[in-house]
Design a protein around this ligand. Structure first.
Ligand SMILES: Nc1ncnc2c1ncn2[C@@H]1O[C@H](COP(=O)(O)OP(=O)(O)OP(=O)(O)O)[C@@H](O)[C@H]1O
Ligand SMILES: [Mg+2]
Length: 445
């Protein structure tokens, strides 16, 4: 407490709890890995930095600390803000170029950022007395093992330790839950400690940020607002409601822009969805083509017939009326005969463009668009009841237990039952943005 006061830092209760666990790590038999995790904006990172800068680095001379963080949007800037906030009263030197902070005690903190997990290699093979791994659930366990191998000390009065701060979700969710959350829940922590937090543990968060968290739906709300570690279990689109998201009628003249998306399969289904956007930015999935064991010619004819069932003004819709027709990346890769599926379709008058295939962001966009009636969040994505395969697929989708923010991939069985192809098509459609804003402006909409 004296060290924090001296540094002019006022810690909040959960941050103090974390700091107390870090001090427990000084004792033989104390913890070696200390976690703080849960909702977003819950003062985790701030607390960890206070512990490292104001306590560890001040009371132990010559300490060498590695802080490893995933580069999220503006992470470098955020670190700079945080550093200014925390180091006002602490004499230090900051070499931005090297990302190294040093204190009068001779203790040093190396700030490492990683985007790709391979970026971590450059920090490996060196000894550190403390390692703080931020957003730890973004890393697979093998990486964390490697990082842990760099925890070594030559100081007789110091026990090396790791501090971790993170939200639920991500490729590392499962190992993190097993290593920290389960022992904490079952009250049998030995070498680990966990401090569970949500935004309500942070008095310094602005109300606007909290409303942003409250506007999330589905698993994102559970993970980022509630800090819930059980999100990996079960259904993915929990806020999809037939009574709300499924429409029985749609007037084609309401559309301001039409588009389609495609997923190729032979034994699996080939699925094509036709959708549009209205003047208010709502997306309607209006029609579906889903068949298997067909050749491209037959699919192409059926897709054109599907378009012709809809009207642009007084005439039947054709491929040229679509703003875009997107498909997954596999459609553009060369097959053994040197051609691509996309080239075959192009010859049949359907020219395809590669969709945005980022799974996690795509699913998140769909989730947000389904809204959440119970939480009063308005939906902006609607599906016509004639899109049978899509409507059958969506409620069946599960979280990937190894990466809860992703949907578990499933194949259809021999009879074509099950499978996630229709959902992939919806994702391509929703995640691929066009340059609508400027074009709408040009059209004066
Ligand atoms: N004790 C404190 N004193 C002053 N400001 C604080 C304190 N604790 C947290 N804050 C501020 O609250 C905001 C959110 O804190 P922080 O970034 O540590 O949250 P987080 O839980 O790490 O968030 P995320 O889940 O997004 O990583 C920051 O601006 C931080 O500086
Ligand atoms: Mg943080």
């Amino acid at each position: 407490m004296e060290n924090f006061v001296r540094a002019g830092l006022l810690l909040q209760p959960k941050q103090l709890k974390f700091a107390a666990y870090c001090r427990e790590a000084d004792l033989s038999g104390g913890p070696k890995m200390i976690s703080t995790g849960g909702g977003k904006g819950s003062a985790k990172t701030h607390g960890v930095y206070c512990q490292i800068f104001a306590d560890d680095c001040q009371r132990v001379p010559g300490l060498k600390v590695l802080i490893l963080r995933k580069i999220l949007k503006g992470a470098a800037e955020q670190f700079d803000d945080m550093r200014r906030k925390l180091l006002g009263n602490l004499r230090h030197e900051w070499r931005a170029q090297k990302g190294e902070l040093s204190f009068a005690t001779g203790s040093r903190v190396i700030i490492g950022h990683y985007n790709d997990e391979r970026d971590i290699d450059k920090y490996m093979g060196i000894e550190y007395d403390v390692i703080n791994l931020g957003e730890a659930t973004q890393l697979p366990f093998s990486r964390v093992q490697g990082i842990r191998g760099c925890l070594r000390t030559s100081k007789p009065n110091w026990r090396p330790r790791m501090y971790l701060d993170t939200n639920p979700g991500g490729v590392g969710h499962r190992w993190y839950r097993g290593m920290f959350i389960v022992p904490w829940l079952e009250k049998r922590e030995t070498t680990t400690r966990h401090v569970q937090v949500t935004v309500d543990d942070n008095k310094f968060v602005d109300s606007e940020y909290k409303s942003t968290l409250q506007s999330y739906t589905g698993w994102m709300r559970k993970a980022y607002l509630d800090g819930d570690w059980d999100i990996a279990a079960g259904q993915y689109f929990t806020t999809f409601r037939r009574e709300v998201n499924v429409v029985e009628d749609f007037d084609d003249s309401r559309a301001v822009e039409w588009f389609a998306a495609f997923d190729y399969g032979f034994a699996h289904y080939t699925v094509v969805l036709l959708g549009c956007r209205d003047g208010d930015g709502n997306i309607f999935i209006v029609d579906e083509h889903a068949e298997r064991l067909w050749l491209p010619q037959r699919h192409a004819a059926a897709v054109k017939a599907m378009l012709a069932r809809h009207k642009i003004g007084e005439r039947k819709m054709s491929v040229e009326d679509l703003k875009r027709f997107v498909a997954g990346a596999d459609v553009f890769s060369r097959q053994s005969d040197g051609t691509t599926i996309a080239a075959q379709y192009s010859k049949l008058g359907i020219s395809l463009r590669c969709a945005n295939t980022d799974r996690v962001n795509g699913w998140a966009e769909i989730l947000q668009r389904f809204g959440d009636v119970e939480a009063g969040i308005r939906p902006t994505l609607f599906i016509h009841k004639r899109c049978g395969r899509l409507l059958e697929t969506l409620p069946a989708l599960q979280h990937d237990p190894n990466r809860p923010e992703d949907v578990l991939k499933v194949d259809c069985d021999e009879d074509g039952i099950g499978g996630d192809d229709a959902a992939d098509v919806l994702r391509y459609m929703v995640a691929t943005k066009s340059r609508t804003v400027t074009q709408r402006k040009l059209r004066g909409v």
